[in-house]
Design a protein around this ligand. Structure first.
Ligand code: RUB
Length: 330
């Protein structure tokens, strides 16, 4: 069966960033899976599984960095695969998608409540890009009566800082937009930095919008606290096994116009969308389970994906045994 047009459209919207931000991407993906399951017209469980695997693949292929995306898709697929009948598998997809969406929205809200405790009355906060989790912290602290001022970086080349500026201003928070390159200039006025995450690695390193690691360096130099707000479904199980998070490189036309590119045949442009901030530059990660030091990321992963990781390790061990030993046996 062909994939429904609406599912293909959601995948396109994620790829071209009309739907963006790690949390929103994850929720849009499970919504697409729910639509796909409800639109299935066949009569065979195996055929349905194969169809849902194609949906999962399409969604996972849209953007490579936000780990929330494969984690969300896998959340649904694990439940779909374990259903015994076609009817149960369809119902499992719909239920899992709804479950994920509500746990995700609740997590962002809880992060706001927990993180607000880290901000104090009178704080000047700097944020980068546009993160629902980071803004949830700032907005909640403001709602609690803390008088805050925010610097929002413009976030070249896609200017997501403008979205943050609008969202914070709408909430009544005095916000100033600054060029990314002015971060160090303003850092002496800043009390705390709060950013989001696309992925958190097992060693506590955080992958977020490109520029985040430079902000962390500037904060470190000025002894300004640097907080990351991240739901636990942004923690990457694959990094426990040593895998690196893929950094997306986007079209050079996001950096310079097609006209300039066409008239400058020797101009080379690179456009990484994310960078990695080492755990040493992060004071704490605010999750819906509580505030943790970055080095405790491995514990969150163990708690969240313990069984899955054990299965993966067993699979790898078996693969190694299968492939390596027979060659050496007589
Ligand atoms: C968005 C970005 C955000 C994280 C966290 O990048 O880096 O900081 O995704 O966002 P892009 P949230 O605009 O390229 O998707 O807290 O909303 O999940």
């Amino acid at each position: 069966m062909e994939l429904p047009a609406e599912v293909i459209r959601i995948a396109e919207y994620i790829r071209d960033m009309r739907i963006r931000g790690a949390g929103r991407i994850a929720r849009a993906a499970v919504h697409a899976m729910k639509l796909a399951a409800a639109a299935y017209e066949g009569h065979d469980r195996r055929d349905f599984l194969e169809y849902m695997e194609r949906v999962a693949q399409l969604l996972k292929s849209t953007r490579p960095t936000a780990v929330s995306l494969p984690n969300a898709v896998n959340y649904v697929m694990v439940r779909v695969r374990s259903a015994k009948t076609l009817k149960d598998a369809i119902a499992a997809a719909v239920r899992a998608a709804d479950e994920f969406t509500s746990l995700s929205l609740r997590a962002v809200e809880t992060i706001g409540r927990i993180g607000a405790g880290l901000l104090e009355d009178g704080d000047v906060v700097l944020t980068h890009c546009n993160s629902s989790a980071a803004l949830s912290v700032i907005k909640m602290a403001f709602r609690e009566g803390k008088r805050l001022k925010v610097y929002a970086t413009e976030t070249r080349p896609r200017f997501q800082g403008l979205i943050s500026y609008r969202e914070l201003t709408r909430a009544g928070i005095p916000t100033t937009l600054i060029p990314d390159s002015a971060v160090r200039f303003f850092m002496k006025e800043v009390d705390k930095v709060v950013v989001g995450a696309d992925a958190v690695a097992a060693n506590g390193a955080v992958v977020n919008k490109v520029g985040t690691s430079m902000i962390a360096l500037a904060a470190h130099e000025a002894r300004v606290r640097f907080y990351v707000a991240a739901e636990t479904y942004k923690f990457s199980p694959a990094t426990v096994l040593g895998e690196l998070v893929t950094i997306e490189e986007r079209d050079p036309r996001e950096v310079v116009s097609s006209d300039i590119l066409a008239s400058s045949p020797h101009l080379r442009v690179r456009n990484p969308a994310f960078d990695v901030t080492p755990p040493e530059y992060i004071d704490a990660i605010i999750t819906e389970r509580g505030v943790i030091p970055p080095k405790a990321a491995i514990l969150v992963l163990k708690e969240e994906y313990g069984r899955m990781l054990e299965e993966e390790l067993t699979r790898i061990t078996l693969d190694i045994e299968d492939s390596a030993y027979p060659a050496q046996l007589p």
